[in-house]
Ligand binder design. Structure first.
Ligand code: UDP
Ligand code: MN
Length: 299
């Protein structure tokens, strides 16, 4: 049967009106968002200068990393490569959350860098281990333990640093552009699309698709983020709804209404599975390959 062209045309016009700028991909080379937040790409900053500015302020950077269940296998490479690349020369405090504290490797740390192991209970589902991060981040900040820190990052552990990550990444609220979606139109972003979920984002809205492997900012802003996402996750859980990409979906919702003050380009959250295209000059931090069946307790 011939499609009714008039109806089809009307539908396309309606979709265009509805989605507006969401149909066009973001400018991959842009180094400012439409709300004038910098997007950190290689070549947009002077690494020595920016480090020296923050060194004068004598800052401490805290980093949480979760290694539950079998994910402790990733800690060695994560920590060793962080020592080579992550805020080298700064005061860094790692907080490693694990249900197997005895499996946290003894990695030699540089001067002024320390590591605290936080023992937590195990979960039987990987979704819970990942989802529990917001709650634990919130509790860590409430405990006052990170009061000595100026900035706080939360990073995935199944990762490795391949290049410099320094003071250019500091700011009030930091999100990273997801490596798989930095050049997609936002109607194609895998946001949560069911209105029943607190993470719901309609097709007409969206700026970027942010990766859940990296978040950061001032301790105060990270606290607001973690608390809000945890509350939203709890509301969903009470309704037995799990957002499409768990806490990444809630993070994307949060960033839509609380715009990050600085965005990290996908250089800061690449994926070893993905070929490096020409427009990406350097890969600084990347998800390593993992055998899901081997490291996750459930599918
Ligand atoms: N995680 C963990 N144990 C698990 C599953 C997840 O410790 O069994 C933590 C870990 O820090 C991991 C993060 O949750 O980096 C996110 O999960 P995952 O890396 O599996 O998600 P993906 O990056 O594949 O979406
Ligand atoms: Mn990961």
């Amino acid at each position: 049967m011939m499609p009714n062209l008039r109806v089809l045309k009307l539908k396309v016009v309606f979709l265009l009106l509805l989605t507006g700028s969401c149909l066009t991909g973001a400018d991959v080379q842009a180094d400012l968002t439409s709300w004038l937040a910098p997007i950190v790409w290689e070549g947009t900053f002077d690494p020595k200068l920016i480090d020296s500015i923050y060194k004068q302020q004598n800052i401490t950077v805290a980093t949480t990393v979760f290694a539950l269940g079998k994910y402790t296998v990733f800690l060695q490479d994560f920590l060793e490569s962080a020592e080579q690349n992550f805020f080298v020369g700064f005061r860094v405090h790692y907080y490693v959350f694990s249900d197997h504290p005895e499996q946290v490797p003894d990695v030699k740390l540089g001067g002024e860098r320390k590591l605290t192991v936080m023992t937590v209970n195990s979960s039987s589902r990987w979704q819970e281990m990942s989802l529990g991060r917001m709650k634990r981040l919130e509790m860590l900040i409430e405990s006052g333990l990170v009061n000595d820190a100026d900035y706080l990052f939360s990073l995935d552990v199944d990762t490795k640093f391949y290049g410099r990550w320094g003071a250019e990444t500091l700011g009030d609220l930091i999100g990273v552009i997801h490596a798989w979606y930095y050049n997609s139109p936002c109607v194609l972003f895998p946001y949560e699309r069911r209105p029943e979920s607190q993470a719901f984002i309609p097709y007409s809205e969206g700026d970027y698709y942010y990766g859940g492997a990296v978040l950061g900012g001032s301790v105060k802003c990270v606290y607001q983020l973690a608390k809000t996402c945890r509350e939203q996750l709890d509301i969903d859980a009470a309704k037995s709804i799990e957002a499409a990409w768990q806490e990444e979906s809630h993070l994307n919702k949060y960033f839509l209404y609380n715009k990050p003050s600085k965005l990290l380009s996908p250089e800061y959250s690449w994926d070893d599975q993905k070929m490096k295209p020409q427009e990406i000059k350097i890969i600084r931090f990347s998800q390593v390959l993992k055998n899901y069946a081997e490291v996750r307790p459930n599918i």
